[in-house]
Design a protein around this ligand. Structure first.
Ligand code: PGA
Length: 239
């Protein structure tokens, strides 16, 4: 398994349901990763095998994994299958999957267990809705999500947490820098177990705000959606 503590920052491109062969060829010709950081491209699963072998600490990550290990589950991909293809990372519990595919903390926990057992690092996504933020429930929601999603076998070397306020995803809105730092500090203090976890920020990250967000003490990198589809923009974010 990759040693997360070797990297100062981790940057993830979440392509979601985007990309094709021409796009990939151009993207990887132009991608300029910073070799001190870990850069993970989470592509649609059909492209994982094609993208897996890269130098300069560029890794390929899946966007989801099956809850099940094998059996009659048409359309699914297991953690073992990802591991057979040397995939090192996998997003779990992205808010789009919670919203559209009925993921919940229990399934996210089980998926994360399966991934860790197969030497794949789960990137566990958590975040509050706008209504929850307005009711000042952010910390309560995050504590419940993190405690229920993080499996018993998780630790700072085998698991990443991504804080993505749902209202910030794809909206152009972000919390203030003070709010991000406060939430990240809170997450690392939920339990001593989380002190050394890498906690990434996601939600409307772009070249113009990534520097100040990533310079916050308890932010260990960024999870980037829309802006990661433009390789020049993503290069500025990871540089
Ligand atoms: P965004 O998406 O950067 O487009 O807000 C982030 C995400 O969904 O991971």
């Amino acid at each position: 398994m990759i040693k997360l503590s070797d990297f100062s920052s981790i940057f993830i491109a979440n392509w979601k349901l985007n990309g094709n062969i021409e796009f990939i060829n151009e993207y990887y010709q132009k991608l300029l990763p910073n070799p001190n950081n870990c850069t993970i491209v989470c592509s649609p699963s059909i492209f994982l095998n094609r993208l897996k072998n890269n130098s300069n600490n560029i890794f390929s990550g899946a966007q989801d994994v099956s809850f099940y290990n094998e059996g009659a589950f048409t359309g699914e991909l297991s953690a073992k299958m990802l591991s057979n293809e040397n995939i090192s990372f996998c997003l779990v519990g992205h808010s789009e999957r919670r919203q559209h595919f009925k993921e919940n903390n229990e399934t996210i926990n089980k998926k994360s267990i399966n991934l860790i057992e197969n030497n794949i690092i789960p990137i566990i996504c958590v975040g509050e809705t706008l209504q929850e933020k307005e009711k000042q429930m952010t910390k309560e929601i995050l504590k419940k999500q993190i405690n229920e999603c993080s499996p018993i076998n998780s630790n700072f070397e085998n698991t990443i947490i991504a804080y993505e306020p749902i209202w910030a995803i794809g909206s152009g809105l972000t919390p203030t820098l003070e709010e991000i730092e406060e939430v990240h500090t809170f997450i690392k203090k939920i339990d001593t177990k989380y002190n050394k976890f890498k906690v990434l920020y996601g939600g409307s990250v772009k070249a113009s705000n990534s520097g100040e967000i990533n310079s916050l003490k308890n932010v260990d990198g960024c999870l980037v959606g829309g802006a990661s589809l433009k390789v020049d923009e993503f290069n500025k974010i990871i540089s």
